[in-house]
Design a protein around this ligand. Structure first.
Ligand code: ADP
Ligand code: MG
Length: 730
C-alpha cells in the first residue's frame, strides 16, 4: 500500500502542466460569457431591454410577453457562442450550487425537431426538489419546488470542457412559497436594508432612492497534489485530514507569506482567473497565505447579491480547474491540524445610488454625522444580535477555528481602532441636552483623513477581531471558507435593517417633541454608544484574558455549532426575521433543523472515516513494523546477545504496542458512541450528542495515538501521505 504513497511522490515530477493561455489582457475577456446590460442592449428590443433594466435596478416584475422577447434574445446570444443547453442555477441549502440542464432542443407536435427557449422556461422551472434539504417544509406528497429567475444577478454561460450551458441565476422556493435556498432570504434581507437605510439617508440627503449593501470576499484555500489527495480517504470524504503529524517545519518560519508563488500553482491560478474573468468575477489580488500551500484570492467588491453568486461560482471553478492541473483545492475551514485554517473574510459596506459609501468617514460635519449614524448603528446591531450573527457562521468545519484557540474566536466583538474609540468616547462624554460647540467640534473633525492613517498602526491587533472596521467598511472575519456568504450576509443586513428602523423611530420621536434634527440624531447616537459599548474590543482576541473579560461583560461565547444554532430560533430571532420579511417562523425552524442535520452528517462521516482509516491505514503498517521489531529482538536473543543489545527495540516495541492497543480500544468505543447517538430522535439532542459523546471524547485522542505511530513506524511502510509531503512537495 505504501507504494501508492511513493508513487505519488514520484509522479510529482511528471505532473501534468495545465492549460495556461497567453497573456490576454483581462479587459479583453472580462464578462465575455456574461449577458451584461450592454449585451442585452445589443440583443433585445427597446421594450424588452427597458423592462429588463427596471427589473435589474428596481426589482420590477417582467410580464410574460416581454419575457418571451428576452428569452429569444438570450437564446440568440447563447447559440452564437455554441450553447446547446440551459439551466436554472440555484443555491440549495446543501452548500453548493445546483443545476438541472435542459436542452433548447425539443420536438414539435408533428415530430419536427426544433430549438426552443421561451419566456416561461426563462422565468420558472420545476426541478425535482425532493432530494434537497427542506427541514420538513415540504410534505413528501408535495415535494414540488420552483426555481424563479432572479434578474438582480446576471445570466452567464458556463464552459465545462467543450460543453457550454446558459445559466440563469434563480431563487428556489417550495410550492407554498417558502424559501428552500440561500438566495431568496438574502434578497429579502437586502430589500429590508435598502428600505430602512434610504429612510435614514433622507435625514442627510433627500436624493437617495436606493441603498445597496456591498460585499468583497477574500477566499482562503489550500492546494495540494491530486496524487496525495486521492490516497487520503479523509480528504476525499470529509475535506480535512483526521490524521497526520505536524511537519518539522510548520509555519514557524512564515516564509511562505507573501513569498513568491510556486510555478505550478501559478499556472493553476492563471487558469482559474481567466475563467473567472470571462464570467465577470473581478478578481484583483492573489497571494500566499501564512501556512505552507495556503493561498488567497479576492475580487473587487460588488453588490452583495452578485458577490455571493460570484464567490459560489468561483469555488466551483477553482475546483474544476485544479483537477485539470492534477491539483486539488481544499476549501475546508481546517484541512490540517496544527496549521492555520481557512477563512473567508466578508468585507461589507453600503452605498447609495448617489455614489456615497455610507461607511466612509466624512470630510464635513454633515457627512460625518451620516457616517457616524451608520457606523454606530452597525455596532449596535452587532451588539444586540451577536448571537444570531454567531449562528450564521456556525458549521462543523468552522468549529475548528471559532471553537478552538484560533482567530477569530467565537466571541463576537467589534474592533474600531483607537481613533474612533476616542471619537465615540468624546460623544459619550460631551453630548448634552443642547447641541453646543463641543458637538460641532466633533462633527468638524476630518475623520476622512484621520481614520485610515490611524487604522494602519493597528492592523496587527485587529487581525484577531471577528468584526473589524477597516477604514471604509467592516470586515466580518469569522465566515467559514467553505460557506456560502449568503447566510452571514442575510443576517448582517437584516440586523442592520432592524436597528436602523428603530433608530429612525427614536430620532423622529425626538424631532416630534421639537428637537432639532442634528441634535436628535446625536442624542440617539450617544444612547447607542452607551448601550452597545461592551461589544467593542481592541485587544488580542486569541488571549485567555479576553475570554475572561468577555465573560465578565456578558458577551456570548458559544464554541460549538449545535448550541450556537439555538440563537436562530429564539423569540427574539423569530421576531427579527419575521418583522423584516426575511423568514417566517416555520422557515426559521426548518433552517435550524437543516443546519443541525448538516452538522450531524459531517461529524458522522468523520467518525466513520476515522474508524475505518485507523483500522485499515494506521494499524497495518504499525503491526507490520511491530513484527519486524519482534523478529529482530528474538533473533538477537537467539544468537545469545545480552538484553542491552535489544533494549531500545523493546522500548519502541512497547510504545508501538501501547498505541496500537489504545487505538483499537478507542475505535471500538467510538463505534459504540456513534450507535448510541444515532438512536437519538430529536435532532438538536442528537447533534449535541455527536459533539459531546462522539467527537470530543474520541477524535483528538485517537488521532494522538495515530500521529505518535506515524513518528515511530518505518517511513517506508507508512501508507498515508504525510503533512510534509502534502504541504511542501509539488
Ligand atoms: P487591502 O485591505 O488588501 O489593503 P482594501 O481594504 O481596499 O485592500 O480591500 C480589501 C477587500 O475589501 C477587497 O476584497 C475589497 O474588494 C473589499 N472592499 C473594499 N471596499 C469595500 C466596500 N465599500 N464594500 C465592500 N467591500 C469592500
Ligand atoms: Mg482581510
Amino acid at each position: 500500500m505504501s507504494s501508492l504513497r511513493f508513487k505519488s511522490i514520484d509522479n510529482l515530477n511528471t505532473a501534468a502542466e495545465g492549460k495556461v493561455s497567453g497573456s490576454a489582457k483581462i479587459t479583453a475577456i472580462f464578462n465575455e460569457n456574461v449577458f451584461t446590460l450592454k449585451t442585452a442592449r445589443a440583443f433585445l428590443s427597446d421594450e424588452a431591454y427597458k423592462s429588463m433594466l427596471s427589473s435589474v435596478r428596481g426589482g420590477k416584475k417582467i410580464d410574460r410577453a416581454v419575457a418571451n422577447q428576452i428569452s429569444a434574445g438570450l437564446r440568440q446570444w447563447a447559440e452564437a457562442k455554441g450553447v446547446t443547453h440551459f439551466t436554472h442555477w440555484f443555491q440549495p441549502l446543501t452548500g453548493t450550487a445546483a443545476e438541472k440542464h435542459d436542452s433548447f432542443f425539443t420536438l414539435k407536435g408533428d415530430g419536427t425537431p426544433i430549438e426552443e427557449f421561451d419566456g416561461a422556461a426563462l422565468i420558472q422551472q420545476e426541478p425535482d426538489a425532493s432530494s434537497f434539504p427542506s427541514g420538513g417544509l415540504r410534505a413528501t406528497f408535495e415535494a414540488r419546488g420552483y426555481t424563479a429567475w432572479d434578474p438582480s444577478s446576471p445570466i452567464f454561460v458556463m464552459e465545462i470542457g467543450a460543453g457550454k450551458t446558459l445559466c440563469i441565476p434563480t431563487i428556489f422556493v417550495s410550492y407554498t412559497g417558502e424559501s428552500l435556498d440561500y438566495k431568496a432570504p438574502l434578497l429579502k434581507a437586502l430589500g429590508a436594508l435598502d428600505k430602512a437605510a434610504v429612510e435614514v439617508c433622507h435625514y442627510f440627503d433627500k436624493n437617495v432612492t436606493r441603498v445597496s449593501a456591498t460585499l468583497g470576499w477574500e477566499q482562503e484555500y489550500f492546494v495540494i497534489d491530486e496524487g496525495f489527495f486521492n490516497i487520503r480517504p479523509d480528504l476525499v470524504m470529509s475535506g480535512r485530514t483526521v490524521f497526520g503529524h505536524s511537519p518539522a517545519k510548520g509555519q514557524q518560519l512564515e516564509d511562505h507569506y507573501f513569498g513568491s508563488i510556486p510555478e505550478r500553482i501559478y499556472a493553476f491560478m492563471r487558469d482559474f482567473e481567466e475563467e473567472s474573468y470571462k464570467l465577470g468575477i473581478p478578481l484583483r489580488t492573489r497571494h500566499n497565505e501564512v501556512a505552507p500551500s495556503q493561498f488567497e484570492c479576492a475580487p473587487i467588491f460588488e453588490e452583495v447579491s452578485v458577490g455571493v453568486d460570484h464567490n459560489l461560482l468561483m469555488m466551483d471553478i477553482m475546483d474544476r480547474v485544479a483537477r485539470r492541473h492534477k491539483l486539488r483545492v481544499l476549501l475546508h475551514e481546517k484541512p490540517f491540524a496544527g496549521i492555520n485554517g481557512n477563512g473567508k473574510h466578508n468585507n461589507w459596506s453600503m452605498s447609495t445610488d448617489t455614489g456615497v459609501n455610507l461607511l466612509a468617514p466624512g470630510k464635513t460635519p454633515k457627512t460625518n454625522l451620516m457616517f457616524l449614524t451608520f457606523f454606530v448603528n452597525t455596532i449596535k446591531a452587532v451588539h444586540d444580535y451577536a448571537d444570531v450573527l454567531r449562528a450564521s457562521i456556525a458549521s462543523a468545519g468552522n468549529d475548528f477555528r471559532l471553537g478552538a484557540n484560533e482567530a477569530p474566536p467565537a466571541i463576537i466583538s467589534v474592533f474600531i481602532g483607537q481613533y474612533l474609540t476616542k471619537v465615540l468616547g468624546d460623544i459619550k462624554e460631551r453630548v448634552g441636552d443642547k447641541f453646543d460647540e463641543q458637538d460641532e467640534a466633533i462633527l468638524k473633525l476630518d475623520l476622512h483623513k484621520s481614520i485610515p492613517e490611524l487604522l494602519l498602526d493597528n492592523t496587527d491587533r485587529n487581525r484577531t477581531s471577528p468584526f473589524a472596521f477597516t477604514g471604509n467598511k467592516f470586515e466580518f472575519r469569522a465566515v467559514g471558507s467553505s460557506a456560502n456568504c449568503a447566510n452571514a450576509m442575510t443576517v448582517l443586513n437584516t440586523i442592520l435593517a432592524e436597528t436602523l428602523k428603530e433608530f429612525k423611530s427614536e430620532v423622529d420621536s425626538l424631532i416630534d417633541k421639537g428637537e432639532k434634527k442634528e441634535i436628535a440624531i446625536m442624542h440617539v447616537i450617544r444612547e447607542y454608544i452607551v448601550s452597545s459599548e461592551k461589544v467593542l474590543f481592541e485587544g488580542d482576541g486569541y488571549s485567555d484574558e479576553w475570554h475572561h473579560e468577555a465573560e465578565r461583560r456578558g458577551l456570548p461565547n458559544v464554541r460549538t455549532t449545535p448550541l450556537a444554532l439555538d440563537a436562530m430560533v429564539t423569540d427574539k430571532a423569530k421576531k427579527l426575521f419575521e418583522e423584516n420579511g426575511v423568514y417566517s417562523h416555520s422557515e426559521l425552524e426548518a433552517r435550524h433543523e437543516i443546519e443541525l442535520e448538516k452538522y450531524i452528517k459531517k461529524v458522522q462521516i468523520e467518525a466513520r472515516i476515522m474508524g475505518e482509516m485507523a483500522t485499515s491505514h494506521i494499524l497495518p503498517p504499525a503491526i507490520k513494523y511491530q513484527n519486524t521489531l519482534i523478529q529482530n529482538i528474538v533473533g538477537l536473543k537467539e544468537i545469545g546477545l545480552p538484553e542491552s543489545s535489544y533494549s531500545n527495540q523493546k522500548q519502541i516495541l512497547g510504545k508501538i504496542s501501547d498505541h496500537i492497543g489504545k487505538i483499537s480500544e478507542l475505535v471500538e468505543k467510538l463505534i459504540e458512541a456513534r450507535k448510541i447517538s444515532n438512536a437519538i430522535t430529536d435532532t438538536r439532542t442528537k447533534a449535541i450528542a455527536y459533539n459531546s459523546q462522539v467527537k470530543e471524547p474520541y477524535f483528538d485522542e485517537i488521532r494522538y495515538h495515530a500521529d505518535k505511530l506515524e513518528l515511530l513506524v518505518d517511513d517506508s511502510e507508512w501508507v498515508l501521505p504525510k503533512y510534509r509531503e502534502m504541504l511542501f512537495l509539488r
